[in-house]
Design a protein around this ligand. Sequence first.
Ligand code: AMP
Length: 347
Amino acid sequence: MPSKNFVLGIFGGGQLGKLLAIAAKRLKIKTYIYTNSIDSPAIYYADDFIIGSYLDKKKLNLFIKKISIITFEFENIPFSILKNLEKNIPIFPKPEILKTLQNRISEKVFLNNIGVKTTEFKKLERNKLKSLDNNFFPILAKTINLGYDGKGQTFFKNKSEIIKYKFPNDQYILEKIVNLTKEISVVIVAYKNKIFAYEPIENLHSEQILRQSISPARINRNINEEAKTIAIRIAKRLNYRGVMCVEYFLKKNGDLLVNEIAPRVHNSGHLTLESYNVSQFESHIRSVCNLQSIQPKKIMNAIMKNALGKNIYKFIERKSYNKEFFYDYGKMHVKEKRKLGHLTKVF
Ligand code: AMP
């Protein structure tokens, strides 16, 4: 059990940080949020917060003086900053893991090296576009770093399209489009000596943004087991601590390819709040704070829908029904496709 003076520092103040802070409070763990934006719903739920750039050494020093360990709700904090902070304070998951996963190429190389399949990919070389194989197309070009929700992604049907395109630099990965039948994800929680997997979740995207998650995923037993086994294997190989989410593409022939790994709690795991004995948020707090482990058990089936942009008003005005749980994240600005809330229905 952490001491009375234990404070959990969290980088990031979005909805994931908010739901982590709420879970921490229930476990009597104090939280301190570091965020770079005033529009950060998490700050109202933490015991304290600081607003500053992730590069502001003075503020970062103030922050680490008041906390016992650091975790984060998003993975794009500069590695050099975390590596420096780690000299003085424990960080979970480890910055080295983040470094591997922040970069779409090193992430795939790591996965392939441990025998996990990914999409076919190549690093962009602008002066070698003509030598690309026609069979490699159609493809998506994605920024190697910092992409999320389809941001920084461009679709190319064939070679002549990409040859005409003006890339600003070579910091892109080219990924063959997978003819997928389903997308699923597996949330795992890694404690010091144990790893547990939540049941696979089925994810429906449009325009590269998650719209709906369904638990359990409608897949056969073999694929269900394989998805959990791969996710646990990845966590073991990373020597992971905390909650992590592995996103997969399922092909028609049953092949599971890892699309990406989120080293944090994940949007598809929101439905664990109502449909499990322990949510992904509580699991994360328990594991990084070294509390008693709890094995996740599904107690209900669930569907979660994201409220994006102006759609949030429809969710707010909607009559509420039995067994439905609506979350308004309380963000100040309504922007197109911004994740502003979600609704979970259990059954
Ligand atoms: P990402 O940001 O890489 O997770 O991509 C967001 C979404 O875009 C995925 O969840 C898929 O729906 C779609 N997508 C990304 N990459 C591919 C791909 N190589 N083949 C097919 N669909 C993809």
